[in-house]
Design a protein around this ligand. Structure first.
Ligand code: F0G
Length: 401
């Protein structure tokens, strides 16, 4: 999409068919970029470490909706626009697929027969799927008893070799690093630069769609690979704008302030110290010693952004709110970005206050994983559902509107 063809109004107009999801699903855009829908390597090949000999392992990841959110925008007011980049609709339900297509394609190019990763759940689901697609094996090392039901189920379904350890994610990653050094496995955690390369395509999509980077980008932080990847992506697009002559007439590409959110009980970057026993209901970001800690710090400093914390209560409230008022159901870790947005709007304690940001600022929140992956908390509420007799009267009484 060309820079000036984007208008937030396109998303606001309630009567417009593009209101429910961002316009990137429309046939009009397919003409602009015929590679869309075929995966991030097909679309952004020139920006990725692939060549003619790289076998492309793709499940059609990326091209995820950037959804204008009227209720969230209203929370900030002053003409600001809030968009949610819904990464939960990737093939395995999380943003990991963007990096996995590149990491697995490159691993196959190098002749790898077995992938290995540590995971809080989503990386393992994604690695297992792409390994299955490539016809190779995948070993996943997981913190025992700490993986959300849907994610573990995915690893089983895709046929991974699953090892649960008596330890947390940081222990699992330590073991994976050691096994990886012995040369029998290709590590597909975000310490593999091919993962970061693939994940930066989310930033490209946002710039392509909005015609420029947003002013603020909010996202959850765990092992800190994703904030690193987005920052690299925005920077790369800005640096390459000279090669997009059509853009120059529309002004230069900017970069956003990156604002990351950790769960209060698992916030090593915020507290600037390793957390030995990280705890949070958002199991995806239950990490005490992030691998890309330094890179995340650099992204925050260079972008004049911030790192902040949100409590488990705030995370669950934001998860419920986003489903209830914007129709977007995300897993708890993803809701940390929305809880963070509320904190920036409302709290005097916020590391970054939105009370005085310029009018008409554009804010993107990345929601990283689908809500169905982690059903356990909501399932508790389902127990309240008791059947009523099968008569119209009983059903009417039960509806109680
Ligand atoms: N959101 C979700 C849903 C995640 O699964 C993760 C990380 C993050 C946010 C944080 O991203 O690590 O790049 O800062 N999940 C990893 C995993 C650790 O094993 O699936 P990050």
């Amino acid at each position: 999409m060309s820079a000036d063809s984007f208008k937030a109004e396109n998303y606001r107009a309630g009567a417009s068919p593009t209101f429910h999801a961002a316009g990137n699903r429309s046939g009009r855009l397919a003409n602009v970029c015929p590679e869309r829908g075929r995966g991030v390597i097909a679309r952004y090949r020139d920006f990725l470490p692939v060549n003619d000999k790289t076998p492309i392992i793709s499940l059609g990841e990326g091209d995820t909706p950037l959804i204008y959110c009227p209720q969230l925008s209203e929370r900030i007011a002053r003409g600001c626009d809030v968009f949610v980049k819904n990464e939960g609709v990737n093939p395995t339900g999380s943003f990991k697929d963007r990096g996995m297509t590149v990491a697995v394609s490159k691993a196959i190019e190098r002749g790898t027969r077995t992938l290995i990763c540590a995971s809080t759940g989503n990386t393992s689901a994604s690695a297992a799927a792409y390994a299955a697609r490539a016809g190779i094996s995948c070993v996943v090392i997981l913190p025992g008893g700490k993986i959300a039901t849907g994610k573990l189920l995915q690893a089983f379904a895709y046929g991974a070799k699953i090892v649960a350890i008596d330890g947390n994610f940081d222990d699992a990653l330590r073991i994976v690093r050691e096994l990886g050094e012995r040369g029998d496995f290709s590590i597909v955690n975000s310490i593999n630069p091919d993962r970061i390369a693939g994940q930066k395509t989310a930033a490209f999509e946002i710039v392509d769609e909005l015609g420029n980077a947003p002013d603020f980008h909010l996202l959850p932080v765990g092992n800190a690979g994703n904030i690193t990847a987005y920052w690299a992506g925005y920077g790369e697009y800005q640096a390459r704008q000279r090669t997009f002559p059509e853009r120059q007439s529309n002004g230069s590409i900017k970069v956003p302030a990156m604002i990351g959110f950790q769960a209060a009980g698992a916030a090593p970057i915020f507290h600037n110290q390793i957390i030995q026993k990280p705890e949070t209901i958002a199991s995806a970001i239950r990490i005490g010693n992030p691998a890309s800690w330094k890179q995340a710090r650099a992204a925050i400093a260079e972008s004049h952004g911030a790192i902040d914390i949100v409590s488990d209560g705030e995370i669950i409230a934001a998860q419920t709110w986003l489903a209830r008022y914007e129709g977007i159901f995300v897993e708890p870790a993803s809701a940390a970005a929305i809880a963070g947005l509320f904190k920036c709007c409302d709290s005097n304690e916020a590391a970054y206050s939105f009370k005085k940001i310029p009018e008409q600022s554009r804010i993107v929140c990345t929601v990283t994983g689908h809500g169905l992956k982690d059903p356990d908390i909501i399932m508790q509420r389902m127990r309240e559902l008791k059947p009523v007799p099968a008569t119209v009267n009983d059903v009417q009484r039960a509806i109680d509107l």
